[in-house]
Design a protein around this ligand. Sequence first.
Ligand SMILES: [Zn+2]
Length: 317
Amino acid sequence: MSFSTLVKDELCRVELHNETCCMKSEIFGVILTGNLFSNEKNNRNIKMVTENAAFARRIYSTVRKVYGISPEVAIRRSSRLKKHVSYSVIFASMQLINKMLYDFGISAFSDKNNPAKKTLRKVCCKKSFLRAAFLSGGSISDPEKTYHLEISTRNCFCAELIRELLQEYGINVKIIVRKGNYVAYIKEGENIVDFLNIIGAHGALMELENVRILKDMRNSVNRIVNCETANLEKTVNASVRQVENIRFIRSSIGLDKLPENLVEIANLRLEYSEASLKELGEMLHPRLGKSGVNHRLRKLDEIADQLRDNLKRNTAK
Ligand SMILES: [Zn+2]
């Protein structure tokens, strides 16, 4: 089951406790997001098509509860794939349509009529509207893969309304146009969690949080491992260079020409090429700290560089 289906199944079980205001807001959300107003002269109706049986049932019973009129329902099975079923909920009764439009602040079928926002004054109603918008046009990516939640609508006003409502909750929504649809989307994991909380998908929210925690843990473990590997590489590279330089000094002037403290560290480095600076320091008498050891080894690097320079100059003459 996809994560989207999981969220929608949960949303269809969210109880509205017979709050008429919220039930109306949910119907409003479905109709507006789906842009279900048919404006044909002889065929004025509102028709919702979905493959989600629970969603169809929810809208059917909500409309009947609020308006006391049952919508028509049609079930279609695609002929090729018998499993493919779609449900249409049709509001054909003019009486029902007029009642609904009045509630939403739309007096007649017209593209120019922007539904009044008076329907969505209360917090409970805003949440119901957003839930319906997601049920109608929403999808969410599997959080294991990526954080992406979107609501697609044919209605530009609806996309703007979704953005406005979510802005009130501090959720950052962007809108793009894709194949004639206005797609309002959320990218940040934290914003998606907030959205799921608002629309009441608390189970899905927990699921997503678990994935997020695991992902974060995996990332920080990777970061530590990468960091350690990088450090190890750095240490090994430095040691290889130091050993090379010490050997070069030995073969060109001999180590006994060096001050005693450098001879000591040079011999230790040759013997323990894999030891860390700290470990080398502990082998010295008296012991020496990491930076002291580093200082002496750098001195050896400088001497080797100088000797190479001299050699170059002499061969050039
Ligand atoms: Zn309400």
